[in-house]
Design a binder for this molecule. Structure first.
Ligand code: ACO
Length: 425
């Protein structure tokens, strides 16, 4: 094992260097504080390995993403979402028999308790569906309080019920009656039917939408230690139950710098089109650091070459639009922005490329999904990833500690809290 040396106040300390299976190296600082009194400072955790994980590998410089060793391009082309859930959570592809049993179980748990329907009644019509999702997922723990006793069953439950919760949130927002799940449909088709069917009318899920939904779910399924996944592990490390931890991860995903970016991209494109501003002048404003103008859907903490998911989605968007004969001026606008940005020095120098959110929103829009549901769509895809990390942490043979970082305190030093005595009103 190699090691790194730290010299501090004339004393030399040896720190072991760990190596992952893809030759990623990290200085192991676990004993640093005990031996030197020092902690590390890493605002935003950009240089911190917070755990060991065997789930997802990303090489951001080369644009590589693999789930359990399988390249994302192959999983996206050949996989089905339910199978990918199994792969991420249990670490291997199921056999065909296991897959059939897994899918069967997942379809048998799609209903939510009828009492939960009452919760939806309390929300105002314009409630953001992410607020509803986070609350509903946390509420599941009140219906299944013994979550820890049978985690495998609760994993099935949340994977099955998440789409029902999401579709009900949408129906609530448009004032339509809930459409109940059907057990003879695939996961994506079942969800789309619950979103778009209305009682007493036939609704057939377009195959192109079912396939697109399958692809989007797979591409969002995991992305190692991002903000929401780290939240999942953080909350899970306190031994909060699965549903509570998932609810926290959903809230973390909501922000526009993370999963909320897909909504922000669409809003940016819509505003730009409505304002009539030329896209080149918009990019100039972005470059000037105008606080209102950031090129949403561009840039990534890890990808500094290209985001392979964005590449797959751009191709998928073209295919879906061709197949359905849709023409969306926002897709044209997105492509123009991308083209100019990719050859502009500002973006090139900072290694800013389209991320997964740049094209996903345009596809959701083509499917008829409203903008404020986009982050919910991301949530549905990411739930298996969050679960995989929660389980990996729980089952770590070395155990796990509660996540509790340190800080560098920069506030006041000790001072007196004066007694105001009778002067206080
Ligand atoms: N538009 C314009 N400039 C940008 C953008 C952008 N989208 N992203 C980064 N930059 C600039 C920054 O201003 C900074 O410039 P400077 O060096 O002159 O100060 C430089 O590029 C580095 O950016 P950071 O913010 O330091 O990068 P960081 O890794 O902290 O942030 C993030 C990554 C949050 C994704 C950022 O690129 C961003 O806000 N992008 C837009 C939001 C978005 O699309 N988020 C989705 C990410 S994917 C996901 O979570 C699913």
């Amino acid at each position: 094992m190699s090691s790194a040396k730290l010299v501090y106040e004339g004393k030399e300390f040896t720190l072991p260097v760990m190596e992952g299976t893809e030759k990623e190296r990290a200085i192991d600082v676990r004993k640093l504080r005990a031996e030197t009194g020092l902690v590390t400072y890493d605002d935003g955790y950009g240089n911190t390995g917070s755990c060991k994980s065997a789930i997802t590998f990303i090489d951001g410089d080369q644009g590589i993403l693999r789930y359990r060793g399988y390249p994302i391009e192959e999983v996206a082309e050949r996989g089905r979402f339910t199978e990918v859930c199994y792969l991420l959570i249990y670490g291997r592809r199921p056999t065909l028999e296991e897959l059939a049993a897994w899918r069967q179980k997942m379809t048998m748990h799609t209903l939510i308790h009828e009492d939960m329907k009452k919760f939806y009644e309390g929300y105002p019509p314009n409630a953001h569906p992410m607020a509803i999702m986070a609350a509903m997922v946390a509420s599941l723990s009140s219906f299944y309080p013994d979550t820890d006793k049978d985690l495998d069953l609760n994993i099935i439950r949340i994977l099955a019920k998440s789409k029902t919760l999401a579709a009900f949130a949408y129906k609530k927002s448009i004032g339509q009656p809930f459409v109940y799940p059907r057990n003879d449909m695939s996961w994506p088709a079942n969800f789309l039917r619950m979103m778009f069917a209305v009682p007493a009318e036939e609704y057939e899920v377009p195959k192109a939408f079912e396939d697109a939904m399958n692809l989007l779910l797979i591409l969002h399924a995991d992305h190692e230690q991002n903000c929401s996944t780290s939240t999942m592990r953080m909350v899970g490390s306190s031994e909060a139950n699965l549903y509570a931890s998932l609810s926290a991860a959903i809230c973390a995903l909501w922000g526009p710098r993370h999963g909320g970016a897909n909504q922000a991209v669409l809003e940016m494109l819509e505003e730009l089109r409505a304002s009539g501003e030329d896209y080149k002048s918009f990019l100039e404003r972005v470059k000037k650091g105008d606080s209102k103008a950031r090129l949403m859907g561009f840039g990534h903490r890890i990808y500094k070459n290209f985001d392979p998911r964005a590449k797959l989605l751009k191709t998928a968007a073209d295919r879906i639009f061709d197949e359905l004969g849709i023409h969306d001026p926002l897709l044209d606008l997105a492509k123009k922005l991308e083209e100019v940005a990719l050859s502009d020095e500002y973006f090139v120098k900072r290694k800013l490329y389209p991320n997964v959110d740049f094209y996903s929103g345009i596809i959701y829009r083509a499917m008829g999904i409203p903008t404020d549901m986009f982050t919910v769509m991301f949530t549905l895809g990411r739930i298996p990833g969050w679960i995989a990390h929660y389980m990996e942490q729980r089952n770590d043979p070395d155990g796990y500690r509660i996540h509790r970082p340190r800080q560098i305190y920069t506030g006041e030093t000790q001072r007196v809290f004066e007694d105001w005595g009778t002067k206080r009103l």
